[in-house]
Design a protein around this ligand. Sequence first.
Ligand SMILES: C[S@@+](CC[C@H](N)C(=O)[O-])C[C@H]1O[C@@H](n2cnc3c(N)ncnc32)[C@H](O)[C@@H]1O
Length: 280
Amino acid sequence: MGIVGTKEGDNSMPAYHTDRSSRAEDSPPTSESKSVSNGGAVSKTIEEYLPELSAAWEIALDRLHTYYDELQESHAFLAAINRVILEVPEFEGIQFRNVSELRLYRSLLYLLTRAFCPEVFVETGVLNGFSSAFVLLAMQHNSAGTLHSIDLPPVDERIRMQGTGPLPQGKAPGWAIPDGLRTRHRLSLGDARVLLPQILERQGSIDVFLHDSDHSYEHMMLEMALAWPCLRQGGWLLCDNVEQNRAFSDFVCGVNAISSVAASFDSPERTWKHGMARKH
Ligand SMILES: C[S@@+](CC[C@H](N)C(=O)[O-])C[C@H]1O[C@@H](n2cnc3c(N)ncnc32)[C@H](O)[C@@H]1O
């Protein structure tokens, strides 16, 4: 598939493109998002992405619509998240009316997990546990899979500068994951530089790897280089915040993988890009 316009600051840029050598642009750090306008260009909702995801993932569109509808109708999941944040002062006044308000990227994780039914999913970067919760919800709906998560709580100022907020007072990584979803979760606390090689060695082969920890170029390259050889054929490398540097684009070029980047916007100053590459 070819490149479909990717210039930074170009409001005509589609929110999604797929290519063999995509270039991530630098942009400001990230935080929670939902899809809103970007200087006149309205970003896509996850529903609007479905046709492109269907083509890029080679999954029938009506199947993706079914998964999307299931996610929208996961009222117990939304209620459980709203319940768990209710008592947390840092989330005062926040109640999500719809799963889409928890960032496009997490809905993307749900859809990919439903579509490819991974047995072994490894992620770095948990923080509150929202991304983990969406993957675990999909695994519950799949009746299959285990999520292995690694997190080092964000005490390092350098990580905070990347846009990662602190954990709420007294909370441990993953605190927001609804209890009913924890049986398929294996959470390891520590530095991914130490724990990721250990988990990969134990698993041998994995189906999905998701990077969302330290977004420095060196660290992203290290995690991707560790995970890629363990990904099975047809497995997925996912990388959040690929807008922060060129690590994802350099890596996928280096291994000659077909990649896609989905974007979500919060404001003209804040763009998030989510990289996906399939191992063939
Ligand atoms: C952006 S947050 C993760 C958000 C989560 N994936 C979500 O979408 O809900 C990044 C997390 O990675 C952690 N982290 C940063 N460097 C790390 C490292 N070297 N090893 C493990 N975790 C790390 C941060 O402390 C923080 O908790």
